[in-house]
Structure formats: C-alpha cells, structure tokens
Design a protein around this ligand. Structure first.
Ligand code: NAD
Length: 355
C-alpha cells in the first residue's frame, strides 16, 4: 500500500516529516485524532530499514494512542513520533531539533519517552518546547511510569478475577509473570502483598533471582510459559507472544499483563481466545497507568491523584469485559468500540452551536 493510502486508511489528521541534514535528523510525527485533546505519545528512536517502515510504525502507534487515551477516560488524543537512525548516534542537538519541530505544532502533539529515548532526552527536548512529558522530577516531571503502570495492571487483574471467579481477591490465586523488569517486578510486589502465589519467567537471570529473593515463588522455562497451569498469565515482557500456535495449549482462564501488542494478530487471536473462553484484558486498557501518570503531570496534579485514577482501571477492565459478553464481542472489539463511542460523543458535543 502507498504511504498516503495508509494515512487515509487509519484516518490520521496530520503527519509531519522533519528533516535536518546538518544534524542528521530524520523524524516523523503522526497525529491521529485530537477530538479529545492534544495527541500524546512517545518518541521512538529506531534504525528502521527505510522510511516506509518508519511511517507504518508511527501511523500504527499513534492510532493506538488515540484508543488508549479514550478508553482511559483522558482528555488526550493520539500521537506518536519516530526518529529514524541508529540510536547510538543520537545527539543532544538532534533531540533539540526534534523539540523545535514539536514546538512548531503549537501543542497539537505532546511528546514523551519511548524505545531508545530517555528522561535525559526529554529534558533536552524541553529546552526547545514545553510540549513534552516524562522530564525529570526536578523540572516538574512525573518520573518512571513503571510503578503506575504496574498498579494499573494489578487493578486490571483484580477486575478479571472478579468477572471470572466472582471475587477480585488475589489471595491464594496463582499468577505467572513473563518478564520481571520494571513493570513485572512492581506487579509481583502488589500480588505478593495481596497473598498471591507467583511463577516467574524471564531471559534475564538476575531479574529472576531478585524476584525470587523478594517474593519467593517458582520459575518456569520460557518455552512452556503459556502452558503453565495457573489462574492468570501476565505477559510483562515483549509483544506478539500470544498467537494461533500457542493458544490451544493455554490452560489459564485469564491473560492480563502490561506488555504492548500482546496478540500477534489482534482480530484473529482475540477471537481464538474468546472461542476458548479465555478472558483477555486488552493490553492498551490494562497498561494505561503510565499514561494516566503522565496526564497528571501535564495537569500539574499530585502523584496521589494519578494513583487514584490508575485504580479506576479496575472499573474500566470490568466495563470492557461486561460489554464484550453483553454484545457478543471479543474484549478487544469491545474496548475499541468504547473508545470510538466516547470520541463520537465528544465530537457531537463539539459540533453543538449554541448562542
Ligand atoms: P523492562 O525492560 O524493564 O522489563 C522487561 C523484562 O522482560 C526484562 O526483565 C527482560 O529481561 C524480560 N524479557 C525480555 N524478553 C523476554 C522474553 N522473551 N521472555 C521473558 N522475559 C523477557 O520493560 P518494562 O518497562 O517493565 O515493560 C514491560 C512491557 O510492558 C513492555 O512490553 C512495555 O512496552 C510494556 N509497557 C510498559 C510501560 C511502562 O510504564 N514501563 C507502560 C506500558 C506498557
């Protein structure tokens, strides 16, 4: 498909190509939908094979942000940026130049950290624009989003337990976590404190050792993770981990974790999971705690308010699962519909012309 055809198909408002030969900057900023508010989404620095691959990625990711913010109930739209190139060649000057491009959009796009960009980079971007989040705490930032994300995932797991077993209590439940890094470790802590039994899988032996030492539990080999008998499988590592080749072997009734793009093929795999009566908490719904924290940063709200809002992921996940069963949809289709309904309602309000 031609690049502009992708833009039409995914229904983007604006796509900006940013270039500076002298500094070696090549970036694309995609604004998907600003009905609910400015498009917010991270800036990814990645060595794409070509500009087409970068464009495809930024269009897909920015659209995802629209849905994520909409379902989380935030007054934010969807945006994302990619800087094309080898991240080891990243310079402060490049990040400042990127910041100028962000500034030129006058607040329609707000940037943040993403793959291969750091808090330091956001501080650098901040020198050129105020439309940036994830800056250091000493200049008003909200710091690492990992703990807020983990708290939201914990609430989402409780919601799934209530829908499946009639009680949100994690005590005595067994949760298998794939990836005990920033989010997985914090999630394990909440579950451990709540009395859950834990099973870990990670390719980093140091992270496994830390989790075992702090919370006890068992370890499972990554090759058989998806067949682990347990109440909840919590993918907190990488994407594309659930697919038609492993769904048949899944024995847990619930999949709920922080990883982005959990399903290899969204529609197909969501359907296969629903057919197998496995409750799936859509990734972008359950992992919105970090975005909620960044939104609080933008608003100047205290951290406690961000955590209160992240706790509402419990209600949001329940609403999505209940809508799915009431309307005979997959959970993913139900959350997409919730997002589209909220955007349509706000758009209708915006069309009101009253004296
Ligand atoms: P992280 O890098 O801190 O931790 C990832 C962990 O997964 C590491 O311990 C790593 O060794 C392990 N891992 C990597 N590949 C693995 C594999 N194949 N099998 C098992 N373990 C593997 O990352 P994070 O910040 O904790 O994020 C985890 C996931 O959650 C990612 O998919 C991320 O996109 C998503 N997410 C994170 C946040 C956040 O606030 N950090 C927000 C939303 C979504």
């Amino acid at each position: 498909m031609e690049p502009f055809a992708w833009m039409h198909e995914l229904d983007h408002e604006q796509v900006v190509y940013c270039h500076n030969k002298e500094l070696g900057l090549r970036a694309i900023i995609a604004i998907h939908d600003t009905t609910l508010g400015p498009g917010l989404g991270g800036c990814r620095f990645y060595d794409y094979v070509d500009e087409s691959a970068a464009l495809k990625d930024v269009l897909r990711l920015s659209r995802g942000m629209t849905y994520k913010a909409a379902v989380a109930g935030l007054d934010l739209g969807g945006g994302k940026a990619v800087i094309i190139g080898d991240p080891s060649l990243k310079t402060d000057a490049m990040m400042r130049a990127f910041g100028r491009h962000v500034e030129s959009l006058g607040g329609r796009y707000i940037t943040a950290e993403d793959m291969n960009t750091s808090e330091h980079d956001m501080n650098t971007v901040r020198q050129e624009t105020e439309w940036v989040t994830g800056v250091s705490r000493y200049i008003g930032g909200s710091g690492d989003p990992g703990p807020s994300t983990a708290f939201g995932v914990f609430q989402g797991i409780r919601a799934c337990l209530e829908v499946v077993f009639g009680s949100p209590d994690v005590a005595g439940r067994t949760v298998a976590i794939q990836g005990v890094g920033s989010v997985g470790y914090q999630l394990a802590k909440h579950l451990h404190d709540g009395g859950a039994k834990l099973i870990f899988s990670d390719i980093n032996q140091g992270n496994i050792a830390r989790a075992l030492e702090d919370f006890g539990g068992e370890v499972v080999d990554g090759r058989v993770f998806w067949e682990t008998p347990c109440d909840v499988l919590a993918p907190c590592a990488i994407g594309g981990v659930v697919h038609e080749r492993n769904i048949a072997g899944i024995r847990a009734p619930i999949i709920a974790g922080s990883a982005n793009n959990v399903l290899e093929d969204e529609d197909r795999d969501a359907r296969l999971l629903a057919e197998k009566k496995i409750t799936y908490a859509p990734d972008y719904v359950i992992n919105a705690g970090g975005l909620i924290a960044v939104y609080a940063e933008l608003k100047g709200w205290p951290h406690e308010k961000a955590m209160e809002d992240a706790a509402r992921i419990f209600d949001t996940v329940k609403r999505v699962l209940n809508k799915a069963s009431a309307e005979g949809l997959t959970s993913l289709a139900a959350s997409n519909k919730l997002a589209e309904e909220r955007i349509a309602q706000v758009a209708a309000v915006q069309r009101l012309r009253l004296p």
